[in-house]
Design a protein around this ligand. Sequence first.
Ligand SMILES: [Zn+2]
Length: 165
Amino acid sequence: MGLFWDLPKIVSWWENLVLVVLVLGSLGAYRRLLVQAKGATTQEGRPCRPCGVRVEGRDHHCVWLGLCVSSANHRTFLLLLLLLLLSSLHLSLLLTSAACPGEVLGPVLLPKACWPYSPTKCLLLVGGLYSGVVAVCISLLLVAQLLQWRRRSRGGLVVAKEEKD
Ligand SMILES: [Zn+2]
């Protein structure tokens, strides 16, 4: 039980500060996303069954966040993904380096390089590895969203060019 409350003593103050800033930034981006999602509901847009409304420029319904991602909040969605990626990456490095001091990326790349015997440090290492897995999943999602966004913006450019010609 003491591990969670002892965490600020294990890692330095600036590492804690970076994590708190990233988490607060993520919460702020999520709140903004909610407001923008409510503002995108119209009578003519594409229907979303889980939300029960029509959404202008609807991209997809995010089951993790429970809201529609559309052209109105796509940039904020990408920002939230980036902040969550940085948070989980930072937490992963923070926990693994606390469990295995002096080996920053070693435990992530090669779990055999460091396997502490203390139960507290084992818990820190496993938490760090799980956080790394979350970071990889979020980065895949972010890359897929960026590729989709690029394809759409190129499609938009082609349409604009055709209209110009
Ligand atoms: Zn929806």
